[in-house]
Design a protein around this ligand. Sequence first.
Ligand code: FUB
Length: 319
Amino acid sequence: MNKSTIVAVFVSLFATSIFAVEKDTTFVAQGNPVVRYKYTADPAALVHDGKIYIYAGHDQCPPPENRYVINEWCVFSSSDMKTWTEHPTPLKATDFGWAKGDAWASQVIERNGKFYWYATVEHKTIHGKSIGVAVSDSPIGPFKDARGSALITNDMTTITHISWDDIDPTVFIDDDGQAYLFWGNTQCYYAKLKENMTELDGPIMPVSLPRFTEAPWIHKKGDWYYLSFASEFPEKTCYAMSKNINGPWEYKGILNELAGNCNTNHQAIIEFKGNWYFIYHNGGANVNGGSFRRSICIDRLYYGSDETMKRVRMTSEGI
Ligand code: FUB
């Protein structure tokens, strides 16, 4: 890149760091990272009506600072995973009136025609991170706080004494209609959700996983449940399998290696039009990329004949 291109990219990244998105923007992905005009982190994916949606936190930390500055989430959609549309900013951390900020990791799921967004934020009055749930009639929002209060707060979990153990929700609806929320940092937790998707339906229970850091993601293929998660720090992605959503979970080892250019690599795993994808972030943006200015990437995911997941090969070419 010559000097003027670098300046132009920097100005564009800086501008998109300040302003919320107000109209649709369409672009064609040029491999990994997928989004090059802004920093995006903690991807979650949803397939609905022939489209894939990716929800991501908007990393907004201005260089040379190095800390999480994430005030809002973004939503991208695609019918072919090549041409993407970014839609207007669907949700900000402060759209939860009880939250101070910090739009950390999240996931959106559909039930009965409504879209529920489980999101990590910092609570205003209860010390620590919390999980809120927002709802919309459309996968691209706008989303509104569904409860007016947090679903999970730091004082509801006491196995660890850190204030950030209630982060990174992943939500899953089983074939019998029962919904589950998994989340955690250092300790993984899970609980049933009521059919209304906005209340817990039972106790919070611990999940036993070796070297669990954060970023649980649940998916199912055939009659196997897969629980992937970020492990150790800097993070690699590991996973466990079970024939029962309640476990026990059998640890299966590393799914994706250290990104190298970023100390987290938060993943989502999804099937779209017959192929499986591993969606994650790294610090691979050309300009100022790193642990606090992250970028979403997508690579293919393959299974072995025994239904274990094969190690992901991170590529620059993407899919
Ligand atoms: O983006 C903030 C935090 O970094 C997320 O909640 C974690 O999963 C890690 O990616």
